[in-house]
Design a protein around this ligand. Structure first.
Ligand code: ADP
Length: 209
């Protein structure tokens, strides 16, 4: 199954995608993680993306579309995948239609107020990308997966979070209607416990089999 995880920044797409992918044995394709790796490696894509990301703006459509196209052609993606953070614009969604079929879109809905709180407390592993929250770290600052020292993403700093939310409402939220009209949208309340959300997503996916 080819699945899209849609939702505002901080909705928990990455956390849930990681869990569900492990459960289903399919890869998590996160454009945010791919772009951050590209920046860390200093590739031409990374050089193009950095200023946009640091400012909380979207990276140009053609850059991310090329990344996704290349990634889903890899052998591990033949049995399905979760697209986490892509598409983020109607143009990206239209381009995706020419690359791959999509079977379901999981929309994680969370109010802006909750998002701001979540994002400002987020600390990420620069090695494996796993997001953590200060409240669940209990004073520790290392990744619970691989022990790497956690960092705050440049774009998780308060001054950038508001522009990301604005961009989400302007550019990405229209995809909710877009996929609703195609009959692919499944809404999940993202303002619940992590386990509860995972269970809801799994149940929704099971029902489609
Ligand atoms: P979040 O969902 O918390 O915003 P991501 O890691 O998905 O975090 O994205 C971080 C940043 O990477 C975005 O603000 C944007 O600049 C860039 N980015 C990620 N995916 C896309 C995409 N599909 N289109 C354009 N820019 C993207």
């Amino acid at each position: 199954m080819n699945i899209i995880f849609l939702g505002p920044p901080g909705a928990g797409k990455g956390t849930q995608a990681q869990f569900i992918c492990a459960k289903l044995g399919i890869p998590q394709i996160s454009t945010g993680d791919m772009l951050r790796s590209a920046i860390a490696e200093g590739t031409p894509t990374g050089l193009k993306a950095k200023a946009f990301m640091d400012a909380g703006q979207l990276v140009p459509d053609e850059v991310v579309i090329a990344l996704v196209k290349e990634r889903i052609a890899k052998p591990d993606a033949v049995h399905g995948y979760i697209l986490d953070g892509f598409p983020r614009t109607v143009e990206q969604a239209k381009a995706l239609e020419t690359i791959a079929p999509i079977h379901v879109v999981i929309n994680l809905a969370v109010e802006d107020e909750v998002l701001v709180k979540r994002i400002s407390g987020r600390r990420c592993c620069p090695q494996c990308g796993t997001p953590h929250h200060v409240e669940r770290l209990h004073g520790s600052n290392v990744c619970q997966v691989d022990g790497t020292c956690l960092v705050q993403r440049e774009d998780d700093k308060p001054e950038t979070v508001l522009s990301r939310l604005k961009v989400y409402h302007e550019k990405t939220a229209p995809l909710i209607n877009y996929y609703q009209e195609k009959g692919l949208l499944k809404n999940i309340n993202g303002d619940a416990g992590l386990e509860e959300i995972s269970a809801q997503i799994l149940e929704t996916l099971e029902a489609l089999k």
